[in-house]
Design a protein around this ligand. Structure first.
Ligand code: PHE
Length: 456
């Protein structure tokens, strides 16, 4: 039975129109709120350059090799994350338990999108306000404005609904005319806006101070919590383990070289995080504000800065448009894995599948929105619903899926299948293979045990 199974799906799967198409959609998935919202505030709260250094190290040692592995799985399977794992498990004659990689990915992307969309909703609200310009006001007023937004379920649900509708609208269009086209429009503009903002940072704000903050080497500032925060973030920012990369890989044709393009994606993602960090901190320092402001950095500190600086209205508006583009192209990659599974499993049309999945995620998102106000008293394991979902996905499901992907690729799949699919040979293949077999799993196991330790 087993031998008759091949890695080919029964019918031909749609493919991205080109190598460039795959590059854009994958960068689109990777570059998101993780780069523009999480990275700056985590850097600010974790001692600046210490966090950046460890993060860069993790991207290179865990992130890039795993990004290649995950793309490889998807391309070989040519199906949804679950369908892909079904084929690969059969091909390797392995236990069905490995289907967990597919199921964790689907569940993870579903859960992440439910709260990602609520945060993206905050960004839509601030984009709306930025269009009119932020009126100068004392610092506390900006903090109060953000708290008022969180306390208002109607507004949160309105923006969350709009963002889910935007995401669904793109995915409804299909793989090439929806997802690829949206990324072709948004990603180049995102880069242009970012370059403009960094240029603005160089001339109008305090770029040298930002540069020192991010790159001044200070080994003493590296401690365990910095190490673990940076490793977890490397997963999140590269969209690893959550079905998105397997799904995008499944739309990749056999002609494209996986290692090179994955490296380019990781470089682009890192560049965006660093440029965003530079321009944001340049503004923060120029205005004498606090870099360690936490999650509110983007929504309280920056609007305050924009309200005070020359050209703040235009720059502020462009900045929030940039964040919307980034969040939107990521959320698309969070919706597609469940959609492709529902189509595959239940034989439904894409339209019906998009509507059903969107409705499910939207409902969960409403609960997330309410967890900031009406249901703020409801907690589980001492965490509110929002924190619970964030912890469950980025601290547990992502490292677990990453660990399983590394072990499956290096220890369960046949080595010649892996070599054939990744298209590396000689020393570069052995190097990558060893990293996936040993370095990444060990590093992930360390984060994972630490998290369990913290929770327990
Ligand atoms: N990488 C995205 C970001 O940085 C988030 C994401 C995680 C997207 C997992 C897809 C899958 O915002």
């Amino acid at each position: 039975m087993k031998n008759q199974e091949t890695a080919q799906a029964p019918e031909a799967r749609v493919h991205w129109s080109s190598r460039w198409g795959f590059f854009l959609v994958t960068v689109g998935s990777a570059v998101g709120l993780g780069n523009l919202w999480k990275f700056p505030y985590m850097t600010g709260s974790n001692g600046g350059s210490a966090f950046v250094l460890v993060y860069l190290f993790c991207i290179l040692l865990i992130g890039v090799p795993l990004l290649m592995a995950e793309t490889l799985l998807g391309r070989r399977g040519q199906a949804s994350p679950v369908g892909t794992m079904r084929l690969l498990v059969a091909e390797a004659g392995a236990s069905k338990a490995w289907l967990a990689i597919g199921y964790i990915g689907i569940m993870g992307s579903f859960l992440i999108l439910s709260f990602y969309s609520v945060v993206a909703g905050w960004v839509l609200e601030y984009t709306w306000q930025a269009a009119g310009g932020f009126a100068p006001a004392p610092k506390e007023a900006f903090g109060q404005a953000f708290s008022d937004l969180l306390a208002n379920p109607g507004r949160l649900i309105f923006w969350h609904t709009l963002f889910m509708a935007m995401t669904a609208a793109v995915v409804l269009g299909g793989v090439t005319s929806g997802i690829e086209r949206a990324n072709r429009i948004m990603m180049p503009r995102l880069f242009l806006i970012l370059l403009f903002l960094t240029g603005y940072g160089a001339f109008a704000a305090d770029l040298p101070a930002a540069f020192r903050f991010l790159f001044h080497f200070d080994a003493a500032a590296i401690n365990r919590s910095v190490l673990f925060a940076a490793m977890g973030h490397a997963f999140f920012t590269l969209s690893l383990g959550m079905g998105a990369i397997i799904t995008y890989g499944s739309y990749l044709d056999r002609a494209t070289s996986i290692p090179r393009i994955c490296l380019q994606v990781a470089v682009a993602d890192t560049l965006v995080a660093l440029l965003a960090g530079l321009s944001i901190f340049a503004v923060v320092f120029a205005q004498g504000l606090e870099p360690a402001a936490g999650p509110g950095l983007l929504l309280q500190t920056l609007p305050l800065a924009f309200s005070q600086m020359p050209g703040g209205q235009v720059v502020g508006f462009l900045f929030f448009v940039l964040v919307v583009f980034a969040a939107w192209t990521s959320s698309i990659s969070l919706l597609e894995p469940s959609v492709t599974l529902v189509v595959e499993r239940f034989g439904l049309g894409r339209q019906v599948a998009v509507l059903l999945v969107t409705l499910g995620i939207w409902l969960l998102g409403v609960a997330v929105a309410l967890s900031f106000n009406a249901w703020s008293g409801v907690t589980l394991f001492g965490l509110g619903f929002f924190d619970l979902l964030d912890t469950l996905t980025s601290k547990i499901m992502m490292p677990l899926a990453g660990l399983l992907i590394a072990v499956f690729t290096a220890w369960v799949m046949q080595r010649r299948h892996v070599a054939d699919e990744i298209g590396l040979s000689g020393r570069s293949f052995s190097f990558w293979y060893r990293v996936v077999a040993f370095v990444s799993p060990v590093a992930i196991a360390i984060i994972f045990l630490n998290v369990i330790g913290i929770l327990g």
